[in-house]
Design a protein around this ligand. Structure first.
Ligand SMILES: [Zn+2]
Length: 355
């Protein structure tokens, strides 16, 4: 997600190298931009894909390719990206075609540098706001062992996927104490695939997970890479030392994350005290299917029996809505009324807010 403190990235498609150089110089000096000039328009789409610009400026009359064709392709592949078309030949036809193809601005050459700077700055900023608003919500679920997050938030994660959110799972160990590590790794992969989640599988020593490094560093790296809006992790109120360690490390490593919540594990203690109850009606079968991926455990552990999983979800609905809920301890939830509109919209996409 672009950040408004970063320089604007601008592509200038212009077959005249002198004009291209002039525009690059003006925009880099006066519009806080990094500019890629493309003088061979046939390669434009490929170079744009690699450069990932905030905005494209294109000439119309170029050998082999028309800027209007490039505009049409950009509209299909990058619907929210601002595009400015330019021409040296003042023609009503061009202007009409450009507007029909939804150019954001139409400029006639020679372009005054003040106009260039003001148009590029305004459109690039608007484009960033649009892109940020349409970026999918990203959720990261962190567990000490394979199957922890599926048991804790399998229903909530399924609901996130159903809503089009990006789901990432980080598992800190391969669970060698609870079974064959190789097997459990395959089970984790199968569950992540079923869910449509991206899986980070670490290899810390089962039962020996530290609350400091390397655990904190691992979580920090994943947070920096996927930039989650919401993180789910273990509770501090848990008998298992690995779960408590992952809880503590998560709190340190998620300073930049807006919302952090703790799920219930089978080893949660009587002090586990949830304050949010997320309805998972419609996703209980999905949750059972995720848990069923962990065959090496389901044969051994009574708490993985479907009726027990469902009874637990049924019980928590007494505090929430619907028939079945997953409970969460809210550690922080910093969405507030001063947030810009796009962020508020993302907040409401988190199914089952305070019930
Ligand atoms: Zn565990």
């Amino acid at each position: 997600m672009p950040n408004s403190t970063q320089k604007y990235r601008v592509c200038v498609i212009e077959d005249d190298p002198d004009v291209a150089f002039f525009m690059k110089t003006v925009l880099e000096k006066r519009a806080d931009s990094v500019v890629l000039t493309i003088t061979a328009p046939a390669t434009a789409m490929q170079q744009i894909a690699e450069f990932e610009p905030d905005l494209v400026l294109t000439d119309i009359e170029m050998p082999g390719v028309s800027g209007l064709d490039i505009l049409k392709q950009l509209r299909v592949e990058y619907p929210g990206m601002p595009v400015v078309v330019m021409t040296a030949h003042v023609s009503v036809d061009y202007a009409v075609s450009a507007l029909r193809s939804q150019a954001d601005e139409f400029l006639t050459k020679p372009v005054a540098s003040a106009d260039l700077v003001s148009i590029v700055t305004r459109l690039a900023e608007e484009g960033r706001t649009r892109m940020a608003a349409s970026a999918p919500l990203v959720v990261l679920a962190i567990g000490a062992h394979p199957d922890d997050v599926e048991i804790g938030v399998g229903g909530i994660l399924s609901a996130h996927r159903d809503a089009g959110n990006k789901v990432v799972i980080l598992t800190m160990s391969r669970g060698a104490r609870g079974g064959d590590a190789q097997n459990r790794q395959h089970e984790s992969l199968a569950a992540a695939e079923l869910l449509g989640a991206r899986l980070f599988m670490e290899d810390l020593e089962d039962t020996q997970i530290s609350a400091a490094d390397p655990t904190v560093g691992i979580i920090e790296r994943v947070v920096a890479e996927v930039r989650p809006d919401i993180v789910y992790t273990h509770s501090a109120h848990d008998r298992h030392q690995d779960h408590r360690a992952v809880h503590a490390a998560t709190l340190v490593a998620t300073r930049s994350v807006r919302t952090v919540c703790c799920y219930q594990s089978p080893s949660a203690t009587i002090d586990y005290r949830p304050t949010r109850f997320v309805p998972i009606d419609g996703f209980t079968d999905a949750k059972l299917a995720l848990i069923d991926c962990f065959q090496s455990q389901t044969e051994l552990r009574a708490y993985l029996e479907p009726d027990f999983v469902l009874a637990t979800a049924r019980y928590w609905s007494r505090f929430g809505g619907g028939q079945n809920c997953e409970p969460l301890e809210v550690i922080k939830d910093t969405a507030d009324i001063s947030m810009p509109v796009s962020s508020m919209t993302q907040g409401t996409r988190f199914k089952g807010n305070n019930a």
